[in-house]
Write a new protein. Structure first.
Length: 390
């Protein structure tokens, strides 16, 4: 069909344009021409191209829009034609089921958005070549392995639940441009969830993910000595939560200049935080001179509850051990009162490397009839070896 143009007359309101109904029919016809030529609505396996030898070759430039659960038997997809998308509305309900023992996707490129997949005894990917693998809201609801990706241009997996990998996760190899995992949840997996293997890339970013593997598993396997990062490239493992029964990382080295590790819960020397307490203290902190701060005397009874990128000693001193300079907030809570019949004001400070930071002052009045807590909070810059005390 040729493009249909809506008649609009010569000047406004001259009555020579198309009637509203005629104009909207043309609009619908034009949209149908574009939409239906590039989109295939999929409710059953028969809506896909006819398989040959259990391979469904998806057509170039087509968006396959899933509606509901589609069982393709023991077939799989070949995406070699390129520029192919598989989309849905809800990855928990709009999903592909297959019993193939091979890989659900082969080829170089695929875009998946808001769809799910279950591959009972096979893998998800066997992809290679300079393409784009863009996955957003692509849920994996069970598989043997996630499979392999080799020499890709861009691999990006975001906002997904990936669960029940019975053997292993995804393994990379070859020269890749970018590998990105962002806001994904990996759970109930065996083997290695993300294996960077022998791959090299200019950018590897693993940020904001949750990885919870079974005993004996590894969440991320990184090649030592920056082997996964090309010259002038960079790698990031940041803001992740490692909370399974397996090993968080293999090969990670916080001293590796090509990699940045920070704010990862469950990864030693990566999450930056410390906490500690003392329950009562009968030892006096003697203030010899008014307006001259002295260190609080914890009588070697301070207990460190959390030490990640910090060490905490029994005298209540926190020493930063991280490799990267940081700005961090320090908070202390002090409970106290004054001797009977007295009303005394105190100033509390933090000291860094035995030098009192006057900007951290918090003042409180204590009355013998009103014991209560005081909070001291301050933001300061820390470098490796800096020590903070109250």
């Amino acid at each position: 069909m040729a493009q249909q143009t809506i008649g609009i007359g010569t000047v406004a309101n001259d009555g020579l344009g198309d009637p509203l109904r005629t104009a909207m029919i043309k609009v619908n016809d034009n949209f149908d021409e574009v939409y239906l030529s590039n989109v295939v609505h999929v409710e059953t396996a028969a809506d896909f191209p006819t398989p040959a030898a259990n391979v469904i070759t998806l057509a170039a430039g087509i968006t396959y829009r899933l509606s509901g659960e589609v069982d393709i038997g023991d077939d799989r997809f070949d995406t070699s034609a390129g520029n192919i998308s598989l989309v849905g509305n809800n990855p928990n309900t709009d999903k592909i089921l297959t019993t193939t023992a091979g890989a659900l996707f082969t080829g170089a490129s695929i875009r998946c958005r808001n769809v799910g997949a279950t591959v009972a005894s096979g893998s998800i990917f066997d992809m290679s070549g300079l393409g784009v693998i863009s996955l957003s809201g692509f849920f994996v609801l069970g598989c043997d392995t996630l499979g392999t990706v080799s020499a890709t241009g861009l691999f990006s997996w975001m906002n997904a639940n990936i669960t029940a990998m019975s053997t292993s996760g995804i393994a990379f190899s070859g020269i890749c441009r970018s590998i990105i995992f962002d806001s994904c949840s990996f759970s109930d997996f065996e083997g290695t969830a993300i294996d960077l293997g022998t791959a090299t890339a200019s950018l590897i970013r693993i940020d904001g993910n949750r990885l919870s593997g079974n005993a004996g598993s590894t969440s991320i396997d990184i090649a030592p000595s920056s082997a996964n990062i090309i010259a002038l490239g960079e790698g990031w493992v940041t803001n992740n939560l490692f909370n399974g029964d397996g090993t968080a990382t293999v090969g990670a080295d916080s001293g590796d200049d090509s990699w940045t590790y920070h704010d990862n819960a469950g990864l030693a020397n990566s999450f930056r935080g410390a906490d500690g307490h003392i329950l009562g203290n009968a030892t006096a902190t003697v203030i010899s001179t008014i307006n001259t701060p002295v260190a609080v005397n914890f009588n070697s009874s301070f207990i460190g509850d959390l030490e990640s990128s910090f060490t905490v000693d029994t005298d209540g001193c926190f020493t930063y051990t991280g490799d990267t300079a940081i700005a961090t907030q320090i908070t202390a809570s002090v409970f106290g009162n004054s001797a009977s019949g007295t009303n005394i004001g105190y100033r509390f400070y933090f000291a860094k490397n035995d030098i009192v930071d006057v900007g951290s002052v918090s003042q409180e009045q204590y009355d013998s009839s009103d014991p209560h807590s005081t909070s001291v909070s301050h933001v300061t810059q820390l470098e490796n070896g800096d020590e903070i005390c109250l």
